[in-house]
Design a protein around this ligand. Sequence first.
Ligand code: URA
Length: 247
Amino acid sequence: MRLDKYLALSGERTRSEATRLIRSGAVEVNCAIVKDGAFHISETDEIRLLGQVISDSGNQYLMLFKPAGVLTAARDKHASTVMDLVPERYVRRKVLPVGRLDKDTTGLLLLTNDGELAHRLLSPKRHVTKTYLATVTGRLDESDVAAFEAGIELSDFVSMPAGLTILSAEGDESRALVELREGKFHQVKRMFLARGHEVITLHRPTFGPLQLDETLKPGDSRELTQEEVTALRKCAGLLDGKEDSHG
Ligand code: URA
């Protein structure tokens, strides 16, 4: 990779800021000052900025508290997307959402530039568990719980057995926790609709082993901790050759 690109990616700076720093003599490669931004570096080179070793931390993993009203998509000219909420330094490092939440759905969205992990977490074979808190029209009852557990026939597929825990069913609204091990388009909404209930609000508190950080406000994001990344990698079958470990 070019030195100027590396320097820009490894900190909160643009390519031209990186170039200025390099030209000023502030950057060393293996203890020698390099003033050419086009200089190519390899993984084993040690890069210092003003004497401090800087490291490219490799893959980036973020959890975002997706608010309602934004699309899970790359940047869009007309609508706001989750990428508008992600700090620029991660956008530059090409993090992307893992899966999608509908525009009106809130909750935990994982973003990463680790393509292999993302691919595995989304694989239909892996059955990563996601939970959703739903407010729906009408009164849910045990027949809905049994139907979710049996699998619901939709127009194009039959859902896998899903967990439904009724939290409240009063008046003409109910609240429930749904546990899904697949993630088809509008799946939760379609499953409830097949039972005669319309989803009013939908919130995802967990994705695989990750729990939405309660200190995040809607629109906020933070990097995953090392423990969270390890748990995700385990869930994706990327640790210790444990290919069958599911989240
Ligand atoms: N199921 C839905 O219907 N919508 C979402 O955003 C996520 C799951």
